[in-house]
Design a protein around this ligand. Structure first.
Ligand SMILES: Nc1ncnc2c1ncn2[C@@H]1O[C@H](COP(=O)(O)OP(=O)(O)OP(=O)(O)O)[C@@H](O)[C@H]1O
Ligand SMILES: [Mg+2]
Length: 394
C-alpha cells in the first residue's frame, strides 16, 4: 500500500498551537476525515504527533505564519494558544482567510487590558476593580486606591504565569518584578485587580453557532493552584438564578466577540454576584472534563460549531478531571502504573505526549464519571495520583 494517497474530506484546518487541547481537537477533526496541518514552536508537540503535516516555527514571526497559511490554503485557521503573532491573524483574515472565531476575538482575549476594558467599560459587566500600572510607583499608587489584597498579573500571560497576590506592602516590589519577568511579549503595563474572595469559580462553556444560536454546557467548577488549573468537575451545583446570571454574562461577551466556536467564560461567584474574569475564544483547559461528562466533548463541539454541524449537548453523569504534573525538569517521560490507575470503573487517562518534562508541567489528565461530584472527584484524583512519571529507559 506504500504510496497510496491519503484520502481526506475536502476540508483542511490549520491549527495554530499544538498542545493537548489542539490534539483532542485534531482527533475530533480527523474522525470526520478533515486534514489537519499543525504549527507550534517545538518539535513533536502533542497535536503535531497526530497531524497530517506539521511545522515548527517561531510563533511570533508574522511572515512565517502567513507564508504557511498561503502555502496550505486552509479552510479554517484555528488558534489553539494565546502566544501567536496577532498581526498575522488580523492580516490573514483581511486577506480572506477564515480565522476562528475571528481575529478580533483572538486579539481582545489575549491581552488583559483589552478584554477587561471591553467587558467592564463597553459591555458594563461586573468585574473585579482594576487599574493598570507601567512603573513600580504607579503600581504602589494603584494598590493604594484599590486597597490590599490585590492580584498583580502581566497583561499577557497564561496558566498563572507572573501572577501573584499581594497581601502586604512589602510584597509589592516582588509582585512587580515577577509580573514583568514572566510576561509574554513586551507590554509596558501590568494589571492590578481587587482580590475577589469568591465562594467558587466556574467556566461557562458557551457556544456560538450558525444555526442554533447560543448554547451552553452545564457549569464547570474548578480549582486553580497558583493560577494554574489542577482539577475541574461538571456540573457545578448552582441555583437556577445564578446559572442564568452566568449564562447572560457569557452570552453578552460571546455575542460581542462574534464568530463561531466554543468559548470558555471564566466567572467568580460570590454570594449572589457573578463576576466576569476572562474568556478563551477556544476550548478551555478546565473543559477537559467534558471528555467524560458529556456526550460531546468541548473539542467535538468546537469543531461542529466551526463547521455549522448540529450540536446536542447531554450530560452523562457527574464528571471530574484531575491533572498530573511532572516533578522533574528535562526527562523524556514514561508513564507507569496505568493498569492499577484504571482499575477504578468509569475512569480514563489522557496522556498528552509532551516530549520532555519541565517541573510542574502538565503532562496528562485523569477523568472520572460517577453518580455524584464527590465520588467523581475522588476517583479522578486517585487515578491521577497513581500514575508515575519516570525517565524513559534508553
Ligand atoms: N481578582 C482575582 N481575585 C481572586 N482570584 C483571582 C483573581 N484573578 C485571578 N484569580 C485566580 O487566579 C486564577 C488565574 O487567573 P486568570 O484566569 O486571570 O489568569 P490565567 O489563568 O493565567 O489565564 P489563563 O486562564 O489564560 O491561563 C483564576 O482562575 C483565579 O483562581
Ligand atoms: Mg484564567
Amino acid at each position: 500500500m506504500i504510496g497510496t494517497p491519503l484520502s481526506y474530506n475536502a476540508t483542511k484546518i490549520l491549527l495554530v498551537g499544538s498542545g493537548e487541547l489542539g490534539k483532542e481537537f485534531a482527533i475530533e477533526a480527523m474522525r470526520l476525515g478533515i486534514e489537519i496541518i499543525s504549527i507550534d514552536s517545538y518539535q513533536n508537540a502533542p497535536a503535531a504527533q497526530i497531524a497530517h503535516k506539521s511545522y515548527v516555527i517561531d510563533m511570533k514571526n508574522k511572515e512565517l505564519i502567513k507564508s504557511i497559511a498561503y502555502k496550505e490554503r486552509p479552510h479554517y485557521i484555528v488558534p489553539e494558544i494565546e502566544a501567536i503573532n496577532i498581526d498575522a491573524l488580523l492580516e490573514l483574515e483581511k486577506e480572506g482567510f477564515n480565522v476562528i472565531p475571528n481575529a478580533k476575538a483572538v486579539e481582545y482575549t489575549m491581552n488583559r487590558i483589552n478584554i477587561r476594558r471591553f467587558a467592564a467599560e463597553k459591555l458594563g459587566l461586573l468585574t473585579s476593580k482594576y487599574k493598570f500600572a507601567s512603573s513600580l510607583e504607579e503600581l504602589k499608587l494603584a494598590i493604594k486606591e484599590l486597597g490590599l489584597p490585590v492580584v498583580v498579573k502581566p497583561v499577557m500571560s497564561s496558566s498563572g504565569k507572573g501572577q501573584s497576590i499581594v497581601y502586604k506592602e512589602e510584597d509589592i516590589e516582588h509582585a512587580w518584578y515577577i509580573a514583568k519577568e514572566k510576561a509574554r511579549g513586551d507590554a509596558k503595563e501590568i494589571i492590578v485587580e481587587e482580590f475577589i474572595n469568591f465562594d467558587y469559580e466556574i467556566t461557562m462553556l458557551t457556544i456560538r453557532t450558525k444555526n442554533q444560536g447560543i448554547l451552553f454546557c452545564p457549569p464547570i467548577g474548578h480549582i486553580q493552584v497558583d493560577g494554574d488549573y489542577y482539577e475541574s468537575w461538571q456540573p457545578h451545583p448552582m441555583s437556577g438564578e445564578l446559572i442564568l446570571k452566568a449564562q447572560n454574562i457569557a452570552k453578552t461577551v460571546v455575542e460581542a466577540l462574534g464568530g463561531y466556536g466554543i468559548f470558555g467564560c471564566e466567572l467568580f461567584v460570590r454570594g449572589n454576584d457573578v463576576i466576569f474574569n476572562e474568556i478563551s475564544p477556544r476550548p478551555h483547559d478546565t473543559g477537559m472534563v467534558t471528555m467524560i461528562s458529556q456526550n460531546m466533548s468541548e473539542f467535538e463541539i468546537h469543531l461542529r460549531a466551526i463547521l455549522g454541524l448540529p450540536i446536542h449537548i447531554r450530560l452523562l453523569g457527574a464528571g471530574a478531571s484531575y491533572c498530573f504534573h511532572a516533578k522533574e525538569d528535562g526527562i523524556i517521560p514514561a508513564y507507569e502504573n496505568i493498569e492499577e490507575a484504571l482499575s477504578i470503573p468509569d475512569t480514563k487517562v489522557r496522556i498528552f505526549g509532551k516530549p520532555i518534562t519541565r517541573k510542574k508541567r502538565r503532562m496528562g489528565v485523569a477523568l472520572a464519571l460517577a453518580d455524584d461530584i464527590d465520588a467523581a472527584r475522588k476517583n479522578a484524583k486517585k487515578v491521577a495520583e497513581s500514575i508515575e512519571i519516570l525517565e524513559k529507559p534508553l
